[in-house]
Design a protein around this ligand. Structure first.
Ligand code: ATP
Ligand code: MG
Ligand code: FE
Length: 329
């Protein structure tokens, strides 16, 4: 069984071909138009998707050496995401499926971030917990089967990726700022400037407080001081975000008695988070799983693996489907 999958929820246009659960290609076009605006501009994103989508799909088929007549179905991201962006991928998928007379498979983007763990070895065993940390989400998901998932913890305000990006913007580091903060933090002292760790009940996260604390901190200092202490500021801020994430993850592990722990989403690329996680895993006797980097940030490979499991389960979508900007797991 060979499937084509399309991702267009935010600012990457991506297509992937999967055959019997093996990814044959994963082409990602990242939109650079947003850089100068310091964040994703929805209208520009949908226009860029329209410009990219045909080329990206052609390249994915070519690299996989698959002709479109060999496809059994088309998987696509139905949501969550930006409506204009989702519309491009959804409409394209519907048209192509109609033309080829093959079925459609809708995929939930957040479920796909979790299923990215099933692309390569080693794969986590059920049940496992997945900390999904990205530009728009911060969730702890309890995964009971490929398609059986439950969000057990979530942010009440900003996502952790957003907390990275907004800090980078305040410090004049460009967009997306996560990788820059990560790089600077490597040479800084994480204990130089203490920022508050949010104390939310249960498994809830909050990142707006630490972001505001950073803003006040910056306002109180001179620009020279900020420049001289950039590495220490990034290290301290990042340390606070990581502490917050791991605190809740540990709580979730204890509460649910699960030691199979995975991380997904763009922020899982963070080197500080990876180090802290490895340390905690040793102490808590966790088995940890992090997908290959290309499957952590937005990509169609994860949509393809999700579509693969839905195909096996016989879960297809009608031609009358429309995108869902808000779409719970
Ligand atoms: P969502 O999946 O919630 O819709 P998204 O698709 O924008 O959001 P991803 O593409 O999965 O999210 O991840 C992008 C985020 O990851 C950005 O916020 C970016 O700053 C962050 N990020 C990427 N690399 C790093 C890093 N090394 N350290 C910290 N953050 C990082
Ligand atoms: Mg993105
Ligand atoms: Fe994403």
């Amino acid at each position: 069984v060979t499937l084509l999958a399309i991702e267009s929820s935010c600012d990457e246009t991506s297509a992937s071909v999967i055959s019997d659960g093996q990814i044959l290609s994963n082409i990602v076009a990242t939109q650079v138009v947003h850089e100068k605006h310091g964040g994703v501009v929805p209208e520009l994103a949908s226009r860029a998707h329209q410009q990219n989508i045909i080329l990206v799909v052609q390249e994915a088929l070519q690299k996989a050496q698959i002709d479109k007549s060999e496809l059994s179905a088309i998987g696509f991201t139905r949501g969550p995401g930006l409506l204009g962006s989702l519309l491009v991928g959804t409409s394209f998928s519907k048209a192509m499926a109609l033309a080829l007379d093959i079925p459609l498979i809708e995929v939930n983007h957040m479920q796909a971030h979790v299923l990215a763990h099933f692309i390569d070895e080693p794969k986590p065993a059920f049940p496992f917990l997945c900390l999904t940390v990205s530009g728009g989400h911060t969730q702890i998901v309890k995964v009971k089967s490929h398609l059986g998932m439950e969000v057990i913890g979530e942010t009440t305000d900003d996502a952790v990726g957003e907390a990275f990006d907004k800090a980078a913007k305040m410090l004049g580091l460009g967009y997306p700022g996560g990788p820059m903060v990560d790089k600077l933090a490597k040479t800084g002292n994480p204990l130089a400037f203490p920022f508050p760790i949010s104390d939310m009940p249960d498994l809830k996260f909050s990142f707006s407080g630490v972001k505001t604390a950073l803003l006040y901190f910056i306002q109180k200092q001179t620009p020279e001081f900020i420049q001289e202490n950039l590495a220490d500021i990034c290290a301290s801020y990042q340390y606070t975000l990581i502490r917050t994430l791991l605190l809740k993850l540990k709580k979730a592990s204890k509460l649910h008695g699960i030691k199979e722990i995975s991380v997904a989403g763009g922020v899982s690329a963070n080197s500080g988070l990876r180090l802290a996680l490895a340390e905690m895993a040793k102490k808590e006797r966790w088995n940890i799983y992090i997908p290959d980097f290309q499957y952590c940030t937005d990509n169609a490979g994860m949509i393809a693996i999700a579509a693969h499991y839905k195909f096996l389960a016989g879960e297809f979508t009608s031609q009358s489907v429309s995108p869902m900007p808000r779409f719970a797991i």
